[in-house]
Unconditional design. Structure first.
Length: 300
């Protein structure tokens, strides 16, 4: 007879008491920075008429995503630093997995949408208002959220069909797919196929579009713009977006795109910290420090 697992235990980052207190303070500050910074950007985009443009509409969506994204994992991790290993119900684990991949894959697609917006603004400025109409922006945003939701539902349904009957300790600070597959008693071949094919496509597809958009932008700038100052201006407007893309995609590509056999090295836990806790806190700082319009709106 086998007993079905009804809850899991999140082992977190470390058992060392001194490090737990240090990590708690560090990640609490990062989480507060994420909430305040992204909340300020959302407030500015909604209240400042000068920011009612496609670029800031997508930036507002990105900030909303970052608030929810960090909230899915960080509070549970902080509780673990204070009280040790954290129990989480089977349903709660599936919910955390679903929202983590829903918001994460939505952000990946949204960054590709923002790259397309920059491509149209720089390479087709006279048609920008027509191409990036409010209706088009709304459809692109809805497509980003819908893609992320469908992708996460696929993982949710497939993971919920697995049988868990052995030990219930998850060597992570949240419920992710790979550590859960390591605990499953039933076959995980379909889950691994989904992870290796669909999730890889969700990551690499938008990343390819981003690279192509910026290759077109670079080609256009060097062919059409003669002055040094004229060339620098388009690049300066894209620098913030490229920085955010690098902060998200480099760790995500390390964790999810190599074909996986189900093994889950400790390195993946540390890499996950980057896009689940650090990047959402840095994004508003990057856009604020490099963007004059946001600075003016923030002062107002």
């Amino acid at each position: 007879n086998q007993t079905e697992v009804s809850e899991f235990i999140l082992l977190g980052l470390t058992d060392v008491q001194g490090l737990q207190h240090f990590f708690f303070i560090s990640f609490m500050l990062l989480y507060l920075t994420s909430l305040l910074g992204n909340g300020a950007i959302v407030t500015m985009v909604l209240s400042e008429p000068r920011l009612h443009t496609p670029m800031y509409f997508f930036l507002g969506n990105l900030s909303c995503l970052d608030i929810f994204y960090s909230t899915v994992t960080v509070p549970k991790m902080l509780t673990g630093f204070l009280f040790g290993h954290q129990p989480i119900s089977f349903a709660g684990c599936l919910a955390q997995l679903h929202f983590f991949h829903f918001l994460g894959s939505t952000e990946a697609v949204l960054l590709a949408t923002m790259a397309y917006d920059r491509y149209v603004a720089i390479c087709n400025p006279l048609r920008y208002v027509l191409v990036m109409s409010p209706w088009t922006c709304l459809l692109l945003a809805l497509a980003s959220w819908s893609t992320g939701f469908v992708h996460a539902v696929m993982h949710l349904v497939m993971t919920s069909q697995l049988s868990f009957c052995g030990h219930n300790h998850i060597h992570h600070f949240f419920c992710d797919i790979k550590p859960l597959l390591n605990l499953a008693c039933s076959t995980t071949s379909l889950n691994m196929t989904l992870l290796n094919v669909v999730t890889t496509a969700i990551v690499l597809g938008p990343f390819t579009l981003i690279v192509l958009s910026y290759l077109y932008i670079i080609s256009f700038v060097f062919q059409k713009v003669q002055s040094q100052e004229g060339r620098w201006k388009p690049f300066s407007t894209c620098a913030s977006h490229l920085t955010v893309v690098a902060l998200l995609y480099i760790p995500v590509l390390c964790n999810y795109t190599p074909p996986s056999s189900g093994a889950f090295p400790k390195r993946d836990v540390h890499v996950s910290l980057m896009y689940s806790a650090v990047t959402p806190a840095l994004n508003p700082l990057i856009y604020t420090l490099r963007n004059q319009e946001v600075k003016v709106a923030l002062k107002k």
